[in-house]
Design a protein around this ligand. Structure first.
Ligand code: F6R
Length: 243
């Protein structure tokens, strides 16, 4: 695992987008799996701009959404689906056969999970994952206590995840479960980028990098990934020993 620190959110986002855009230019048929949320929002904008400016062929890459709030329709403006539709799929005019997202309204969410596991196998694994980190150290909806070998699964969300998650919605929503790609897939992913910005993330970033590797603090799994990168701004890194 390597830690790369950038001056501020803008530099962090521009550089993260650069890593992904360059990877797509090098391997036009790669599979990218991404989290939604506040952290990667600006990265998406930079990524779209860079792929277009560089005239990169992005017609062959595959996109997989990391997770979704169980029960939400894709039209809900707070859903991960809506985020990707407006920030990636529409601006890049991706074909619908190019992207794969959990159907969080499926009657059988377990079946949805097995379909995602199979899709990842069929794609020959994920090349790049870009994830964020929650205030309890979660990645995707892999909440504290999730096995480091878990595949796609339905997760009971902690109170903090449900309360922080309200920020994505126009009004209060009842959030219960999440559906997510698990750590078994993260560990098999060729390259993983975990991004964080702002002083509110400083404590969880310190635990991720300097704390013990334990399933009770999910993001600590990054220490075990041989091609894992922690991409942060100075504020998120402000509690690290070496700052
Ligand atoms: C969302 C996701 C979550 C977020 C995390 C941080 O798709 O996977 O794990 O990455 O909750 O959220 P933000 O970036 O909004 O602080």
């Amino acid at each position: 695992m390597q830690v790369l620190t950038f001056k501020d959110y803008e530099e962090l986002s521009a550089n993260t987008a650069g890593f992904i855009a360059d990877a797509i230019a090098d391997n036009p048929s790669l599979t990218l799996c991404m989290a939604s949320g506040s952290t990667p929002a600006l990265t998406c904008d930079f990524l779209v701009k860079k792929l277009k400016d560089d005239k990169t062929d992005y017609s062959k890459f595959s996109f997989i959404g990391l997770d979704e709030w169980a029960g939400l329709p894709p039209t809900n403006t707070g859903s991960c689906h809506y985020f990707f539709k407006t920030k990636i799929f529409e601006p890049l005019k991706l074909r619908s056969s190019q992207y794969y997202l959990f159907n969080a309204q499926a009657a059988n969410l377990q079946k949805e999970c097995r379909a995602m596991d199979q899709l990842i196998i069929d794609k020959g694994g994920i090349d790049i994952m870009l994830v964020g980190i929650g205030m309890n150290g979660h990645i995707g909806f892999n909440e504290p206590g999730t096995s480091f070998t878990a595949l796609s699964h339905v997760a009971e969300l902690e109170e903090i995840t449900k309360s922080v998650g309200q920020k994505y919605f126009d009004g209060p929503v009842e959030l219960g479960k999440g559906i997510t790609i698990g750590f078994g897939h993260l560990m098999n992913t060729k390259k993983v980028f975990l991004m964080a910005n702002g002083s509110k993330k400083a404590e969880v970033i310190k635990k991720t990098i300097e704390g013990p590797v334990t399933e009770s603090f999910p993001a600590s799994i990054m220490q075990k990934h041989t091609d894992g990168f922690i991409l942060i701004d100075e504020e998120a890194g402000s509690l690290l020993k070496d700052q």
